[in-house]
Design a protein. Sequence first.
Length: 113
Amino acid sequence: MRIFALEKLLPSHFWCFLRQLKKVKKASSEIVGTHEKRLLTVKNFDIWPHYDSRSGTHIMYKEFRELSRADAVKSHYQDMAARYHAHFRSIHSRPHRVVKSKPKFVAQCPTTF
């Protein structure tokens, strides 16, 4: 399960499923870290943040190029705090996914490599 939110519903579902699967209580456990499949491969992550400011709610699309999903979310929160002065509690992210990277060089002529 991937949970990057402060909403009360998502973490409670995580602990509910964990309690059913492994008989673990929330009071006697701690989330230490996550595991990525390909840690040494750079991936593009897209994130759909929406945040509340003084003038209203804003929805945007951002892409981050990082090694892991946790690093992408961490840089997303730092970027939102730096550019938009958004607090951690006012930022809500929709589910994010890995975007396939496009080739950087596309030949227009058949003779060009």
